[in-house]
Design a protein around this ligand. Structure first.
Ligand SMILES: [Zn+2]
Length: 255
């Protein structure tokens, strides 16, 4: 079904909308976009202290007048996923899609719209469905993160080589950090449908049960490394509990 856009929406007016799950933010932002986001809207002049040293020292000096301008600097980013849009729409449907070069046969996941093999001269790739299983190529255990992700700590991310693909896809590993190893077989899962946003955070990997940890496993071959991991995890879990009031321990999360 083709939905007719509202009159206020100017940006994509020349293109029919096939599906619209955009937010009210579009309506709120539209007037700002047309006013010019960086235009100065007004100013104030305030009198205040200046100079170095302590605040007390600055307050003793003769105050100066400062001009303060009002300028909107927030932004709504509307990105296009371009030719790899089918991959992200697939995530919404709980499907993992990759692309295959018709010339050299390389399978890309994450997808590439054109083959990177120089011999293929940017040949356009073809879409295919991939199985929801793979192998951990490499991983990291996060005990520190930027503020938007801090309440999820500690967490692990891995590059997973999806079965049938020649490249690796980054994703969350819902596996107890003490049990992760390179070469571990995983099953790829999706967040509940109503929570998916069409982004990589919609999927995660869980370990296929009853796998033997190899002797060379980086976290298992040296007991000191495992000790350090457990110390970091303990401190991180305590901090998250204090800061956000939540218990993120693997047992509670069911990892
Ligand atoms: Zn190719």
């Amino acid at each position: 079904m083709v939905i007719k856009r509202e009159k206020t929406e100017k940006k994509y007016m020349h293109y029919p909308t096939v599906e619209d799950k955009s937010t009210e933010a579009h309506k709120e932002w539209e007037p700002w976009v047309h006013k010019g986001l960086w235009a100065i809207k007004g100013y104030q002049v305030v009198r205040g202290p200046s100079g170095g040293g302590t605040v007390e020292e600055a307050l003793k000096r003769k105050p100066k007048d400062f001009m303060v301008i009002d300028r909107a600097s927030a932004a709504l980013y509307s990105h296009s996923y371009g030719l790899v849009s089918p991959f992200f729409r697939g995530l919404l449907d709980g499907k993992l899609k990759g692309t295959k070069c018709p010339k050299c046969g390389t399978v890309y996941c994450p997808p590439r719209a054109h083959c990177w093999n120089p011999k293929c001269a940017v040949a356009e790739t073809e879409w295919l469905d991939l199985p929801l299983k793979g192998v951990i190529h490499t991983f990291t255990i996060q005990c520190l993160a930027a503020s938007p992700f801090a309440n999820m700590l500690p967490f692990s991310m891995g590059y997973v080589k999806v079965e049938g693909a020649d490249t690796t896809l980054p994703m969350f590993l819902h596996i107890d950090p003490k049990e992760i190893f390179i070469g571990q077989k995983v099953e790829i899962k999706f967040a509940p449908k109503e929570k998916r946003k069409g982004e990589l955070m919609d999927l995660y990997a869980v370990a296929v049960p009853s796998q033997k940890v190899p002797e060379w496993s980086c976290l298992h071959k040296n007991p000191r490394d495992m000790e350090m991991l457990q110390e970091s995890m303990k401190k991180t879990l305590e901090w998250v509990k204090k800061r956000y009031g939540i218990d993120n321990s693997p047992e509670v999360r069911g990892w």
